[in-house]
Ligand binder design. Structure first.
Ligand code: SAH
Length: 254
């Protein structure tokens, strides 16, 4: 297989992944209530404030930030398709949606009053993201991210193995707090996303989306594999949710 054939297959995979995830309201666990609770730890985000929403997906959290603040919001995601979805919501000129790579952001130093990232910082790594993004925050600015974390010290091997493969650097809340402090922040708050953020808001709507997706791509092994993986992830959450969760980490730049 030559390079161009390989890259075509790659492009095809990406377009399928984008199509599936674009059909969901959110691309990871979360809820309006949890975003609002996280926002309650911040000073008022009035019209003179700027927030970055990094790894915004199709903008579920961006919409909430838009509704609950008066700030200017820059929303960034790697996939232009997701950004187009967000743009098509026509939320107005307080949102600047941009395709971009969270590992290579080019904002000027001290641009933002707050940096937001729901279910996305794992793509750069928790510690690396906190360290690299810190310079984009104004002095005293706030970072608020959710990341998958262990909730217990011991866990069954089936779920430990799954996460070891999916996110080898996953760790517990205490370690992430230490990591945040080491990266130059004072910890303000941490709380675990309730189960409904996963079940009602993510896995349940995904079931219907998966049926439609499979119907639209009959006999397509890539589509089948994608859905199989999503279903496995949901089943594991059902079985082992007491051992892990998404956790908010909210810190203030020192
Ligand atoms: N915050 C959204 C999406 C979470 S899913 C929500 O809560 O619904 C994780 C997101 O990170 C996806 O949209 C994915 O496209 C994005 N992403 C992955 N790697 C990225 C990168 N290197 N730079 C920017 N975004 C990235």
């Amino acid at each position: 297989m030559n390079d161009s054939q390989q890259s075509n297959i790659h492009d095809f995979d990406f377009s399928l992944i984008c199509e599936y995830f674009s059909s969901l309201h959110r691309q990871g666990p979360g809820s309006e209530k949890s975003t609002a609770k996280a926002l309650s730890f911040l000073p008022p985000m009035g019209a003179d404030k700027r927030i970055a929403d990094i790894g915004c997906g199709t903008g579920a959290s961006t919409e909430v930030l838009h509704r609950l603040t008066e700030a200017q919001i820059v929303a960034v995601d790697l996939f232009p398709d997701f950004i187009n979805h967000l743009k098509n919501k026509n939320l107005g000129n307080r949102i600047d949606a941009q395709a971009g790579d969270m590992t290579q952001l080019t904002f000027a130093d001290e641009t933002f009053d707050a940096i937001w990232s729901e279910g996305a910082i794992y793509n750069i790594g928790f510690g690396k993201g906190l360290s690299e993004w810190r310079r984009f925050l104004k002095p005293g600015g706030i970072i608020a991210v959710t990341d998958a974390s262990w909730l217990t010290l011991d866990r069954p091997s089936e779920i430990a193995d799954f996460w070891q493969e999916a996110y080898p650097s996953i760790t517990d809340i205490a370690s992430n707090i230490r990591c945040m402090e080491k990266a130059g922040y004072r910890m303000i708050a941490t709380f675990v996303l309730p189960e409904d953020c996963w079940q009602e808001n993510f896995y349940h709507p995904a079931r219907r989306a998966q049926e439609i997706f499979l119907r639209n791509h009959p006999d397509n092994p890539i589509a089948e594999e994608l859905v199989r993986n999503q279903r496995r992830e949901a089943a594991l959450y059902q079985k082992y949710h007491q051992y892990y969760g998404y956790v908010w980490y909210i810190g203030k730049k020192l």
